[in-house]
Structures are given as C-alpha cells and as structure tokens.
Design a protein around this ligand. Structure first.
Ligand code: PLP
Length: 450
C-alpha cells in the first residue's frame, strides 16, 4: 500500500482497509468479509449498515448538524435524554452527553468532586476503584482504571487512586468459599479502604458491573453490588457504575446494573449508545447531584466543544429506538443463550479453556495452559494476539486480550456480536473461533521429535 499519513494504533502492523458495512460484516477493499463477533470493541450493536440509523443521521444533518451548547440546546439531545431517563434505574434524573467512554468517566469523576464541594464537603476528593478494570485512557479515567498494562507508562501522571480486589470468582475465590462469602469478602474491602482513607476524604467508588476488556466479561457474584451500595450509602460515597462496555442492552437488560437490583448515583455509557454510527457517550446522574449544583454555583465547571452534539444524539436516539421497537433486548437474551450453548458445546471440555462466562451477548472465554490446575499460558507466548490474527485470517473479528488475571498473566477472548446476529452466524462464530484458538495453541507447542 502507498505511504500512510495516519498515526495508526500500531506502527509496525498493517491493517486491511475497511470500505463497507453489511449487517454483521465489515468488508475490506479486497472484498473480504469479516464477521464481527466482537462489535469491534463491544460497540457495533446494530451491525454496520442499519438503514434507520443512517437515515436519522442524514435527516439531522439536513436540519442542523451542530450548535454549540453555550448558545443553544437541541431537540435530539433533549429527546435522547428523556428516553434514557425514563428507562434508567431509579433516582437518575439528568444526562450529560459527551463523545465517548473516557470522556464520560472523566466527566463523572469531576462531577462527583464538584458535587461534594457544592454540598459543603470540599475535603472529599479520593476515588476508589478495582484492580483488573478499565475506565478509559484520559488521565483521570486511566488513574481510576486498574488495567496495569495501560497504566504503567503514565503512572507518574496519574492522580492517586485506591484499588481493591475485583469480583472475579474464577481466579480469586478461595478454597471453601462460596459465591456469597467471596462476594462479601471482596465488597468489604471497599469499607476497609474507605475507613483507611477516612470517609470524609472519599468522593466515589467506580466499577464496571460486568468487567469488559481487562478481564473478559466477568459478571459479579449475586449480592456483591447490593453490599457495595450499602457501604457507599453508609459513608456518603457516590457509586459510579461504568457501563460504557456492558450497558445499553449488551447483557440483556438496557442497563447492566438492573440485574444487580441496585441504582448508582452516576452511570456512564458510550459504545452501544451510538453503536458506532456516531461517537457518543453519556453520564446519567442522580437528580440530587444535578440539583446540588443547580442550587449552588449553578454551573458544572466542565464542558467540551462537542457535548450534546445534535447529530451524535440523533444517532443515539435512532439506535435506542431501534433496540426498543425491534425488541432487540429479547434477541440479546435468546441469541446470547444460543451463543453460550455453542461455546459450551465447543469449549466445555477443551483442554485450554478454563472458564466460560458473561451475560447476554457479552461472553468471555479464559484460556489456560493446563486445565487441571488452571495455570495460564506463559505471557511471552502472547496467545491472545495469535488468536486475534488467526481469527482475522479466517474472516472473524473477536477481541482477545492478555494480562487477564493480574495485568501480566492470563489470556481471554471477549465476544460481543451485534444484537441483530442470526443463528447461522452464531454457528460460524463458534466454529471459526474454535479453529483460531486451536491454531494459536498448536503454533506454540513444539512439534515432537521423530
Ligand atoms: C468499561 C470501559 N470504560 C471506558 C472505556 C473508554 O471508552 P472510550 O474508548 O470510548 O474512551 C472503555 C473502552 O473500552 C471501557 O470498556
């Protein structure tokens, strides 16, 4: 290919040129079709060519592409905010629209901080988060994230954050501990850390209800988030749930936390909100958080040029209406069950798959070198990267990562196909992923001497 002037994600790796979308497929300039089993990174929940969303974006561009929010509000942002709040967990009353997940979490952290200043508790500034989590790549979001690989280089630039244990039963439940005891133990680490820091200093606790990229679709054990909610309430700490990846229907309910029976004070979402048709993220905040600012300074000391962007909100609204009108959450649950059955059938006894997990169309498989002991592969083998390459060579997009267990050890593959995925495509995902994993593992095994 001719010289590229784009600063690509990887400078020594070539990428196919994507030129067209067709339902659950991306098509490259050579005409090759790639079945999108991961929605890119859990983004493309309506596939790559949805006519209703494309028409809504075009119609909005014809009316009004954008008007700066220091001068105007606009219809798409007003209507999308109403749509979200009417369906949101109890207490959430306002929406702040941004351009993606990192901006959403950055905004949530600053909103939490300003809230405490407004209500006369200016000493509250500390955030607690979990290891093996990811909240974005801007400095604030990166600081609260627990993804060691992504943090390491920038550690000197990051605000001080506490990290407690993740709720990751496959790796961290101790012998003799049942789910309830495990959940209680790791949730209680939050209380211990709040007390260590002094509750008067703590602003918020941030967590992904179902952990995405860092550990591969890890759901909490039952009761964990109820306990977390109790602890936050006891010490007046804001609970921030990051649903950037797991939200907007991906787990089978519009908000992932619905399945935990709790409501956060701040909730962030992005990816599935605009399904990749436009870059959009959002913070949903408790009415009382908004009201504290309204009754105080009256101005959230924040803002970006593109907040509340009319065209991105029109895209988000069309995506959310499509999900509802086409009853796609039902599809997420039914097809999610079919995908899980297929994966369990193919990998349930696989010598190198230690765990199959997730919810809805958000599933993860964790690789092991040895199934009996669940020993991970040597990280130097970069099994996850080999799987991605083998899958792409076979026309399948999936989202493998390494450092699953502790930032260094462990490999997993994350699957997050579009909500419109069909049964035949599900069979293809299982078959091709199986081939890709087997090929990646085989390539690491030394051939036996004759
Ligand atoms: C849980 C979670 N939070 C935040 C982000 C950051 O979102 P973005 O890449 O849109 O900034 C991601 C991205 O993968 C994510 O998975």
């Amino acid at each position: 290919m001719a010289k590229s002037y784009v600063f690509h994600r990887h400078s020594r790796q070539g990428f196919p040129l994507a030129v067209r979308g067709d339902g659950s497929y991306v098509i490259d300039s050579e005409g090759r079709r790639y079945l999108d089993a991961s929605g890119g990174a859990a983004v493309s929940c309506l596939g790559h060519s949805h006519p209703a969303v494309i028409a809504a974006i075009k119609a909005q561009l014809d009316r009004l592409p954008y008007a700066h929010t220091s001068f105007f509000t606009n219809e798409p942002s007003e209507t999308l905010a109403e749509h979200l709040i009417q369906r949101a967990p109890e207490g959430l009353g306002r929406v702040y629209f941004v351009s993606g997940g990192s901006e959403a979490n950055e905004t949530a952290l600053k909103l939490a901080r300003q809230y405490f200043v407004e209500i006369g508790q200016p000493q509250r500034h500390r955030f607690i988060a979990r290891r093996q989590s990811y909240h974005g790549n801007t400095l604030g979001a990166l600081a609260v994230g627990g993804n060691l690989l992504r943090r390491e280089l920038f550690a000197p630039l990051l605000i001080e954050t506490s990290h407690i244990s993740p709720c990751y039963a496959f790796r961290y439940r101790e012998g003799g501990e049942d789910d309830a005891a495990f959940g209680r133990r790791v949730a209680d680490e939050l209380e211990a850390e709040i007390l260590r820091l002094g509750p008067e200093n703590v602003a918020g606790f941030i967590a992904e209800p179902v952990v995405g990229a860092t550990s591969g679709a890890v759901p909490p054990v039952p009761g964990y988030f109820k306990r977390i909610r109790e602890i936050c309430d006891r010490y007046g700490v804001l609970l921030i749930l990051d649903e950037v990846m797991c939200g907007m229907g991906r787990t089978g309910t519009l908000f992932a936390c619905e399945q935990e029976g709790i409501a956060p004070d701040l909730l962030t979402c992005a990816k599935g909100l605009g399904a990749g048709y436009q870059p959009i993220g959002a913070v949903l905040c408790a009415e009382r958080v908004h009201d504290a600012i309204a009754a105080g300074s009256g101005f959230f000391q924040h803002g970006f040029t593109y907040i509340g962007h009319a065209t991105t909100c029109a895209a988000g609204l069309a995506v959310q209406r499509t999900i509802e009108n086409d009853n796609l959450l039902d599809n997420v649950r039914r097809r999610g069950a079919a995908l899980r059955d297929g994966i369990e059938g193919r990998f349930g006894n696989h010598p190198h798959i230690g765990d199959i997990r997730g919810r809805g169309l958000f599933l993860g498989v964790e690789l092991v070198a040895d199934r009996g002991s669940n020993t991970p592969f040597d990280p130097a083998l970069r099994i996850y990267a080999r799987i991605k390459a083998e899958a792409m060579a076979r026309g399948l997009m999936c989202y493998p990562s390494g450092g699953t267990i502790d930032g260094a050890r462990g490999d997993h593959v994350l699957l997050a196909p579009p909500f419109i995925i069909g049964d035949t495509e599900i069979e293809q995902i299982v078959a091709i992923l199986g081939e890709a994993i087997d090929a990646a593992v085989a390539a690491t095994v030394q051939p036996a001497r004759a």
